[in-house]
Design a protein around this ligand. Structure first.
Ligand code: TYD
Ligand code: MG
Length: 453
């Protein structure tokens, strides 16, 4: 008989390795690689004995239309899901412990239940009485949602199979254990098995299954990334602990646009929706300050305005600080290099701090021009006009590239009281009433026109 293969798996990203090492080559995390139970070699090669079934694609057209999506009535959640929950789909909601996943999903389960769907909320972390207490605090004490407190995978599947709910929330995937596996609860093998069985159940019975996954810092507990590939939709719940804003972001969605965001505010009575995130992200803005620039961005299908803030100060360090929050650090380094090489504006010997206000994270390349404007403003101690928004991608040559959906961006800016926009000359856009548009072809002319440098 062949010798069983010992496998080592990264608990952060799920990559498997042949031998142990301190750092995972795949995701770069330290001390996350653990030994998994040996994989059996399986029954051997060759054909199986059961015949599967295929059907012609064209036959599908004659079957009835698929059941409609279930909407919760929480518009921010429904939009991130791509217009509601698809029956039979599996959704993973990941996030740091304490960010508000249980709160959000209890509210969601109650909303689905109140809109006439049968919903079950299974908690592996809290007793039913504790969940009920939380529900009462959230004003959901009378919602017709069924509660379960269970961690045994087999029992959960039996319950779900008997009750056949439309929506089942499992909080959290790391607390489940299957007696078919010898590994401890929370290990990669247990988390994968639980996810696999629950996803299979979702497809078989048409129940939409929502799995909660904690993002883990220590290596012994598997993180949500190890099951990302199994589910249809991956949502991450983000936010800074000090801020009350929470952002639900779609990282993968088989049934809707990825990159869509839903914005919530954590209040004493649970999470409330933020229908106009731009107003919220800009709410702390006061007088024009050097180093502040408003970026007109697009998140998923809707425009969102955010404020990029920069601080540039003389450094005492041999290699000056580059502290970036809410933006891609690599992107910022590139922009600094372009400013230095193409526009002759050096940042050597200067500490650079960049931040997106309100705890928002911006990953669009269209933010380049706003980042450059914030950096220049901070360096030159000169403020941009407070009624001005910017967008445009910076190429390595210093040229400005046009970005998509310019009109949507401008309309949102106009709605929020901005009256001027700086954007790349090649942008295809008709004017928007009440907006003055300044076109600029490259970074050097932008620097000259805006900062007189
Ligand atoms: P929780 O949903 O338990 O987080 P997770 O399931 O992601 O671990 O949220 C916990 C935090 O939310 C806790 O710090 C308290 C805060 N919170 C409120 O501010 N208001 C509320 O109404 C509730 C229920 C929680
Ligand atoms: Mg929780």
């Amino acid at each position: 008989m062949a010798k069983p293969i010992t496998a080592f798996t990264c608990t952060a990203c799920g990559a498997s390795h042949r031998k142990w090492s301190g750092k995972c080559d795949a995701c770069g995390a330290w001390n996350t690689i653990v030994e998994e139970a040996p994989l059996s070699q399986g029954p051997g090669r060759g054909l199986g004995t059961r015949k599967g079934k295929t059907i012609p694609l064209s036959d599908l057209a004659t079957q009835e239309a698929p059941p409609p999506r279930a909407t919760s009535g929480i518009a921010e959640l429904d939009r991130v899901l791509g217009g509601g929950l698809v029956p039979g789909s599996a959704i993973l909601v990941g996030g740091d412990p304490g960010i508000g996943k249980s709160t959000l999903l209890l509210q969601a389960a109650s909303a689905f239940a109140r809109s006439g769907r049968s919903a079950i909320y299974v908690s592996g972390e809290e007793a039913s009485a504790q969940v009920r207490m939380r529900a009462q605090r959230l004003g959901l004490g009378d919602a017709p949602v069924r509660l379960g407190a269970e961690t045994a995978l087999r029992d959960i599947l039996t319950t779900l199979d008997a009750e056949r709910p439309d929506v089942a929330v499992i909080d959290s995937i790391q607390t489940l254990w299957s007696d078919q596996i010898e590994a401890a609860p929370g290990s990669v093998a247990q988390v994968r098995t639980a996810a696999h069985e629950l996803v299979a159940f979702a497809k078989r019975r048409g129940t939409a299954v929502i799995l909660v996954g904690h993002v883990t810092k220590e290596g012994q507990i598997a993180g949500p990334r190890v099951v990302e590939h199994m589910v249809d939709t991956v949502l991450y719940f983000e936010g800074e602990r000090g801020h009350q804003f929470r952002i639900l972001r779609a990282h993968k969605n088989r049934f809707g646009p990825a990159d869509e965001i839903g914005v919530f505010e954590m209040t004493g009575g649970g999470l409330s929706e933020v229908a106009n995130p731009s107003a919220l992200f800009l709410s702390e803005r006061g007088e024009p300050t050097p180093g502040s620039a408003v970026f007109a961005g697009i998140e998923g299908t809707r425009p969102v305005l955010t404020e990029v803030q920069a601080l540039v100060a003389p450094s005492t360090l041999a290699s000056p600080r580059r502290t970036v929050v809410g933006l891609d650090g690599g992107r910022v380094s590139t922009i600094l290099a372009v400013l230095e090489a193409r526009c002759g504006i050096p940042f050597a010997g200067l500490d650079v701090f960049l931040n997106v206000a309100g705890g928002m994270r911006v990953s669009e390349p269209a933010a380049d021009l706003a980042i450059a404007a914030a950096l220049l403003g901070a360096r030159e101690d000169s403020a941009l006009p407070s009624d001005c928004v910017l967008f445009g991608e910076i190429s390595l040559s210093g040229a400005l590239r046009p970005v998509s959906q310019a009109e949507n961006r401008l309309k949102e800016a106009q709605k929020l009281g901005f009256s001027r926009a700086i954007l790349p000359s090649a942008t295809k856009v008709e004017g928007v009433a009440g907006m003055r548009i300044d076109r600029t072809s490259d970074l050097t002319s932008f620097v000259g026109e805006t900062f007189g440098a």
